[in-house]
Ligand binder design. Structure first.
Ligand SMILES: C[S@@+](CC[C@H](N)C(=O)[O-])C[C@H]1O[C@@H](n2cnc3c(N)ncnc32)[C@H](O)[C@@H]1O
Length: 299
C-alpha cells in the first residue's frame, strides 16, 4: 500500500501524531491553522470559496487525502452528491472521517499516487493539502491520476501550497520575523506564575513533534506541467500563510477588517493571488461533455 519510504513516513506520522486529538475535536494537525477568532471569518470564507469551484451535484465525489474531514465547511463539498469516497493513507483519519459523515461516506486506505479506482468513476473531486506530501517526481502523475478517475466534464479542485516559493510569503518574511520576535519579547516580560493556556502532557508532546515530509513546487511548475491534463485554472485559495496570520493579524490592530479587505482584493484578482499568494486552488476540468456546473457558478 504505502510503497515508497516517503509515503510510509507520512502514513506513520498521521497515524501516530497528526490525527491524534489534543483537545475535544481538535487534532494535532490544527497547529498548521490559525484558529483564533480574529482570523476565523477569513479562514471560513476561504473554505466556502473553494467549495464554490467544485461541481455542485453528481453521483460520486472523491476526497483524496480527506483526513478526518476536520472542518465543518468541508462537509458541504459533497452535499449534492450521492456518496463521498474518502481516500487517505492514514487509517486513523478514516476512522475519524466515518464519525463525521457516516453513511454518506465510503472509506479507502490508499495512496493518492496510485488511486485504486476505475477511470471515469467520479463526477467531482477535491484534494486539500495532500499532494505536497508526495515526492516531487510523483506529484504530476498524481494530478494525472485524479483526472483519469474523473468522468468527462468532471472537475478536480486541489489546494496546493507554494510554500517559500510564494512571492507574498517571501516579501513578508522580514515582517513576520520581526513580529514574532516582538511577541516573544512581550511574552518574556509577562509576570511569572500567570496561568498558561498552553496544552500540557501528551498534547504538549504531540504539538512539539516534528512534521512530516512535504515538497512544494512553484507556480511555474504547475502552469507548465499540468496544462496537458485538461482545462487548468489556478486561482487563490488563501494568499497568506498561517505564520503570517498568526504574527501579523491582531484583533487590536484592525486584524479582522484587514482580512476582510484582503478577501475582497483576492476576489478581484484571483489569478494574481493564486500565483503569488501562499496557497492556490488548482482547478482541472476534464475535457468532454459534462452536465456539471460548479456550485459557485450556479448561484
Ligand atoms: C495536511 S492533511 C490534510 C487533510 C485534509 N485534506 C484537510 O485539508 O484537512 C494531509 C492528509 O493527506 C494524507 N496523505 C498524505 N500522503 C498521502 C498519500 N500519499 N496518499 C493518500 N493520502 C495521503 C494524510 O494522511 C493526511 O490525512
Amino acid at each position: 500500500m504505502a510503497e515508497s519510504s516517503v509515503q510510509q513516513q507520512v502514513q506513520a506520522f498521521y497515524n501516530a501524531v497528526g490525527w491524534k486529538q489534543i483537545g475535544p475535536g481538535v487534532y494535532q494537525n490544527a497547529r498548521y491553522e490559525d484558529l483564533r477568532p480574529v482570523s476565523r471569518p477569513y479562514v471560513h470564507a476561504c473554505h466556502v470559496r473553494f467549495g464554490g469551484h467544485l461541481p455542485a451535484t453528481g453521483r460520486l465525489f472523491l476526497d483524496a487525502g480527506s483526513g478526518p474531514i476536520q472542518y465543518p465547511e468541508y462537509l458541504e463539498y459533497s452535499r449534492g452528491f450521492k456518496r463521498r469516497v474518502c481516500l487517505d493513507i492514514s487509517r486513523l483519519a478514516l476512522v475519524e472521517a466515518r464519525q463525521r459523515i457516516g453513511e454518506h461516506g465510503s472509506f479507502v486506505v490508499g495512496d493518492i499516487a496510485r488511486l485504486p479506482f476505475r477511470s471515469e468513476t467520479f463526477d467531482g473531486a477535491a484534494t486539500l493539502h495532500t499532494i505536497h506530501h508526495l515526492p516531487a517526481g510523483e506529484q504530476e502523475s498524481a494530478f494525472a491520476d485524479l483526472v483519469r478517475c474523473l468522468a468527462p466534464g468532471g472537475r478536480v479542485g486541489a489546494v496546493y501550497s507554494w510554500g517559500e516559493r510564494s512571492g507574498i510569503v517571501r516579501l513578508t518574511r522580514p515582517l513576520v520575523w520581526a513580529a514574532e520576535r516582538a511577541r516573544s519579547l512581550l511574552r518574556s516580560m509577562r509576570p511569572r506564575g500567570r496561568a498558561s493556556a498552553a496544552p500540557a502532557g501528551e498534547a504538549a508532546a504531540l504539538l512539539q513533534s516534528p512534521g512530516s515530509f512535504t515538497y512544494k513546487h512553484d507556480y511555474g511548475w504547475a502552469a507548465s506541467h499540468l496544462a496537458r491534463l485538461g482545462e487548468v485554472r489556478i486561482v487563490v485559495w488563501r494568499s497568506v500563510s498561517t505564520a503570517m496570520l498568526r504574527s501579523l493579524v491582531h484583533p487590536l490592530l484592525l486584524g479582522r477588517q484587514g482580512l476582510r479587505v484582503l478577501f475582497f482584493l483576492e476576489n478581484l484578482a484571483p489569478r494574481f493571488f493564486g500565483r503569488h499568494g501562499a496557497y492556490s486552488t488548482i482547478l482541472i476540468t476534464k475535457p468532454g461533455a459534462g452536465p456539471l456546473a460548479p456550485a459557485g457558478e450556479r448561484r
